[in-house]
Design a protein around this ligand. Structure first.
Ligand code: ADE
Length: 483
């Protein structure tokens, strides 16, 4: 990631960002930070960059020309095809959030424009800015500190910058709750003891205590987030009445990824904040028809939990039915036995089989065999990019005989286990069962309820999953997509 900061105070941003963790990331080449002095682009003999605002008023404005020329000098260094955003930090911007940081982190180049005085001539902003962002409802003396705050928050999301890396997929997270309190040695300090449960070694009790402490802290300090959390818990309670049918929505809530878009008693519309996929359960289309137009237009993919509505809902949202799947859920907490399948310690089994996370070196093998790609035609999302993303997130697992890939399985971006494939020549050797077992045990390790969505005609997969003890929903869900 390359950051470019257009500023009147380059030393200020360099002093701040060239130290600590961002400083280390710069040294390691994981990020670069360039501070461009806008004053260097002034055409005035006194290097003046500001003037009075038309119409009168207090203070001075930064003029368009030096800002534009500074921007153009940065643009010249950015190769064509790079993903870039140009951010103007201003108290008049959209509020900066963790989600925004995640979006920005997907780019190759980020240009920050820092204003001073009363701001910048609107005309240059209209020409170059893609995002207007504020770091809070207060006014700083200039944009530099705001840009530094954002660069810090974005940098820590870039792989390798923090060393305590945990896949974002598996980060233990409870949605919008605040973190619970933490304690370190000594056990007692100034007469205050660390809560006993944290010394007990009982991981289950510790996890329960942490959630409760998080909920209580959120209730006290952030009633707005608490309200959202409680609304989702209420949805979950309802969805649990048909756990098998609703497992995808329940797990979305459990994994802290659900946004409650709308609810009316037994009608619930959730959105996955990671993928933008919508999930609807309810017995009427009218509920969706009452949604604001902008919400309907933003729905590109949806999982419907009442098959009989598929036609009407697809028509209303201009989507088409893509597949009908049953949900299969592993309802126990204990891991499956791996004996006779593979060795959990990574050593080769009697059959020679080893299962381990898949590396990028095998992407072509996966792409050439995964059947959804063929159906998806030229759809890039379901081409290499999707699989690459799954591999990078540590969500694809391969079965190996030496270096030979003898099958693979993965966890989809919606959280379900799928993509199982065993090449013809390796079938009949229980490699599929071994891979399923591995993925289920991995999901359990991550604290999830493992589940799969299987296309209704795929009797072989349904049979395999049932033989492993998974339970199948009575009725299926329907995926509807754009295009
Ligand atoms: N510039 C001045 N105040 C600011 C704020 N709160 N956020 C972003 N940029 C700013």
């Amino acid at each position: 990631m390359n950051f470019h900061i257009l500023t009147l105070f380059p030393e200020m941003v360099k002093n701040g960002l060239y130290t600590s963790i961002t400083g280390r990331a710069i040294e390691a080449g994981q990020i670069s930070v360039e501070a461009v002095n806008i004053r260097d682009f002034s055409k005035n003999k006194h290097k003046k960059v500001d003037d009075y605002p038309y119409g009168g008023g207090a203070g001075m404005l930064m003029q368009a020309q030096p800002v534009f020329d500074a921007y153009t000098s940065v643009l010249k260094q950015i190769p064509e095809g790079k993903k870039k955003r140009v951010i103007y930090v201003t108290p008049q911007g959209y509020p900066f959030t963790q989600r925004m940081a995640e979006e920005f982190a997907k780019n190759d180049e980020l240009v920050f424009i820092c204003g001073h005085y009363e701001g910048i001539d609107e005309r240059v902003l209209e020409e170059v800015v893609t995002d207007y962002v504020s770091i809070g409802d207060y006014v700083l003396t200039g944009g530099e500190l705001a840009a530094m705050v954002m660069i810090d928050a974005i940098s820590r999301l870039i792989p390798g910058v923090l060393h305590n890396e945990m896949s974002k997929e598996t980060e233990s997270f409870h949605g919008e709750l605040l973190e619970h309190p933490q304690y370190s040695r000594p056990e007692e300090w100034r007469g205050k003891r660390v809560p006993e449960v944290l010394l007990s070694g009982n991981q289950k009790k510790i996890a329960k205590w942490r959630i409760e402490a998080s909920v209580e802290r959120t209730r006290q300090r952030r009633p707005d987030l608490y309200e959202k959390y409680m609304a989702l818990q209420d949805c979950k309670e309802f969805l649990m009445k048909q756990k098998l049918l609703h497992i995808d929505m329940i797990e979305l809530i459990n994994r802290g990824r659900a946004i409650l878009v709308a609810r009316e008693k037994d009608k619930i519309l959730l959105m996955d904040k990671d993928t933008g996929i919508f999930f609807y359960t309810g017995d009427s289309v009218e509920f969706l028809q009452k949604l604001p137009k902008a919400v309907c237009q933003s729905i590109k993919k949806m999982v419907l939990h009442q098959r009989e509505l598929a036609k009407e809902v697809s028509e209303w949202l201009h989507l088409k039915e893509v597949m009908v799947c049953y949900q299969l859920v592993y309802t126990q907490r204990e891991k499956l036995s791996v004996s006779g399948l593979y060795h959990a310690d990574g050593k080769a089994a009697e059959s020679g089989l080893v299962i381990r996370p898949l590396s990028q070196a095998y992407i072509e093998d996966v792409k050439s065999s995964y059947e959804l790609f063929e159906g998806a035609g030229e759809d890039e999302e379901y081409g290499g990019e999707y699989i690459l993303n799954r591999i990078e997130r540590g969500c694809m697992f391969g079965a190996f005989l030496g270096d030979e890939l003898a099958g693979y399985i993965g966890i989809h971006d919606d959280g379900s286990i799928g993509m199982l494939h065993v090449p013809e020549k390796y079938r009949g050797r229980k490699f599929g069962k071994a891979l399923q077992t591995y993925a289920i045990n991995m999901a359990l390790e991550w604290g999830w309820i493992p589940y799969s969505q299987v296309i209704e005609e795929n009797e072989a997969s349904i049979g395999l999953l049932k033989s492993l003890g998974l339970h199948m929903s009575k009725s299926p869900v329907v995926w509807i997509w754009k295009g």
